[in-house]
Ligand binder design. Structure first.
Ligand code: HEM
Length: 269
């Protein structure tokens, strides 16, 4: 059996991250979102969902409104899948998120291969990913279902330092920070420092804008300011980059591992 060289795949992913014609010149943020949405369907009670299986290949899951726009991320990665046809989609998509974070200046994320593409019957039900219109109760419900603690939830939302909202995907519009292609503490800094005002969009959705109307927050992001338990942790990360990086790396690594059953995958090969 040929040796599977994940370092070569890492290099190939690194090589496609800068894309001058796309958004802010990088597909890093949308790759991070793909890794998160492929993993965040996990339900610890039924042990269903998660990145093992690469089930976003199937239209039921790719058409979940929460996944709108992730077709771009998958399409950018497809030539790499064709070149290294031995890699599973679950491994490729999660590794792409890891490489993207690292190449945008973020921490090194623990990552292990071993996911296996599964049949359509493994697709989890739609609606398991968080709804941006909701507050702290909903956020806790969704992330507790995956098995996360409050501190891990706050660390994970720090990824909103990256990228932007797209009117034609989620319906929301704009970016959270002035550095959308750099992984840093700016989501927490902006959340706590700016004077956020409610802003009603033409499509009826409500988001929040800073005084200059250059940055945005989702209602769900504001929950991290309004909920005192979340806010305490937000304050820690806003002031301590190393603690945020360490906690984020651990939480994101855990997210990518949810539901990955290597023993089962090996015996079924
Ligand atoms: C309460 C939880 C969350 C909610 C409600 C939420 C919601 C959203 C929404 C509505 C968008 C805009 C999508 C678009 O229009 O393109 C977005 C983008 C994004 N989200 Fe989240 N998210 C959550 C948690 C997370 C987590 C845990 C991560 C990663 C660890 C993450 C990473 C990202 C990234 C990187 C983008 C930018 C994508 C791009 O630029 O294309 N989000 N999120």
């Amino acid at each position: 059996m040929a040796i599977h060289d994940y370092d070569v795949v890492r290099q190939d992913i690194k090589g496609i991250i800068l894309q001058p014609g796309y958004d802010d010149g990088s597909i890093g943020p949308v790759l991070v979102r793909l890794a998160w949405h492929a993993s965040g369907t996990y339900d610890k009670t039924t042990k269903t969902g998660g990145s093992d299986g690469g089930t976003m290949r199937y239209s039921i899951e790719s058409n979940d409104p929460a996944n709108a726009g992730l077709d771009h991320a998958r399409a950018f990665l497809e030539p790499i899948k064709q070149k290294h046809d031995w890699i599973s989609y679950g491994d490729l998509w999660t590794l792409a998120g890891v490489v993207a974070i690292e190449s945008m200046g973020g921490p090194k994320i623990p990552w292990k291969p071993g996911r296996k593409d599964k049949p359509e019957s493994a697709v989890p039900p739609n609606g398991r990913l968080p709804n941006a219109e909701e507050g702290a109760d909903h956020i806790r419900q969704v992330f507790y279902r995956m098995g996360f603690t409050d501190r891990e939830i706050v660390a994970l939302i720090g990824a909103h330092c990256l990228g932007r909202c797209h009117g034609d995907r989620s319906g929301y519009e704009g970016k959270w920070t002035y550095t959308p292609t750099r992984f840093n503490t700016q989501f927490f800094v902006m959340l706590t420092k700016q004077n956020w005002q409610e802003k009603k969009l033409e499509n009826g959705l409500v988001q929040y804008a800073d005084e200059k109307d250059q940055l945005m927050m989702l209602p769900a992001d504001m929950a991290f300011l309004y909920d005192t338990g979340f806010k305490e942790i937000v304050e820690i990360y806003a002031h301590d980059k190393q603690t945020f990086f360490d906690d984020f790396a651990a939480a994101f690594g855990k997210l990518l591992e949810l539901g990955v059953n290597r023993e089962d995958n090996v015996t079924k090969l």
